[in-house]
Design a protein around this ligand. Structure first.
Ligand code: ZN
Ligand code: ZN
Ligand code: ZN
Length: 307
């Protein structure tokens, strides 16, 4: 009996505290933080994934942000990941519903759009769910199966985006896609700027090196309120293969680049999109301590960003 009481107390406590945390104006919730493959990575038998295979609590889903408007009761996600099932469940646990009002896509790499498969006949069979995509991404979905079937059966309704052009998701939320350099085999790649209450957040899960981008990332960080940035790899040499074939800004390089920024701007940076080899996935690692000591942040699942 004592035990049941204790369990129900803990349950009640955790439910109410979570509910109390939610803002009553639009906010962003982090639904996933890992690179496309999630963490641990399939077939990885190395040290990096060993503990996560043993303990599901250490596992992380592919990077994904939700935009939630508690006023209009609408919600959107940026990217449809292979973990969309778990991520919408997490969203439902927090907001009370997994209903989506739209999906914004960054690009056609596996971690960022393949979750769309769950909206077809075999699973949800949605009716004209708005999917926002850049022109090449849109054409890719229209012209290639199985995605083309989602379009033909009107499970999804593609909405064409234009880079640097702002759209209103509703009265309270604005979104602007912007092009970034990346391995664009099937589509262009965008990051997003979300504006709520005149505050803004940028989300760039994938980009080649910062110097390949015409935008100065340090200047951009100073202009926005939050920056969720590509942290696929912590440092050079992390993979045995030639890492120049899959360029990303190493976290070490980003921290060096941003080292002259004032503390308040460093605090805006939230690293995300961690590859399974990235020690930032390991709680208490030297790398984690280093990032936090230098004044930067790490994105966490269920994290809520207020505007
Ligand atoms: Zn990715
Ligand atoms: Zn691994
Ligand atoms: Zn990518």
């Amino acid at each position: 009996m004592k035990r049941i009481l204790l369990i129900s107390f803990v349950f009640l406590f955790s439910c109410t505290s979570e509910k109390e945390e939610l803002p009553n104006s639009p906010y962003v919730m982090v639904l996933g933080v890992a690179q496309d493959a999630g963490y641990p990575q399939m077939n990885c038998k190395k040290e990096c994934c060993a503990a996560a295979w043993e303990n599901p609590e250490l596992q992380r889903t592919t990077s994904c942000l939700a935009i939630v408007d508690p006023i209009s009761k609408e919600q959107w996600i940026i990217d449809a990941t292979p973990n969309i099932k778990e991520q919408l469940q997490l969203l439902k646990q927090k907001t009370g519903t997994e209903k989506l009002d739209g999906i914004l896509l960054t690009h056609a790499h596996m971690g960022h759009y393949t979750g769309l498969m769950h909206f077809g006949r075999e699973v949800m069979g949605t009716n004209n769910l708005p999917v926002f995509a850049m022109p090449k991404m849109k054409t890719f979905l229209e012209e290639n199966g199985p995605w083309s079937q989602l379009v033909e059966l009107e499970n999804i309704s593609l909405q064409k985006l234009k880079s640097d052009s702002t759209i209103k998701l509703n009265e309270n939320i604005k979104i602007k896609p912007f092009l970034v350099p990346h391995r664009d085999e099937f589509s262009e790649t965008v990051g997003y700027e979300i504006t709520i209450n005149n505050k803004s957040l940028i989300f760039i899960p994938d980009i080649d090196k910062w110097e390949k981008w015409e935008t100065d990332i340090s200047e951009l960080i100073q202009k926005v309120d939050y920056a969720f940035l590509d942290a696929t790899f912590y440092k050079n040499g992390e993979l045995k293969r030639d890492m120049s074939e899959i360029p990303h800004p190493f976290v070490e390089e980003s921290m060096e680049l941003f080292s002259e920024l004032p503390e308040k701007d460093k605090q805006k940076v939230h690293f995300i999109h961690f590859n399974h080899t990235n020690p930032l996935l390991i709680d208490g690692s030297t790398a984690q301590k280093e990032v936090l000591k230098k004044g930067f942040n790490l994105a966490e699942e269920s994290q809520i960003i207020r505007f």
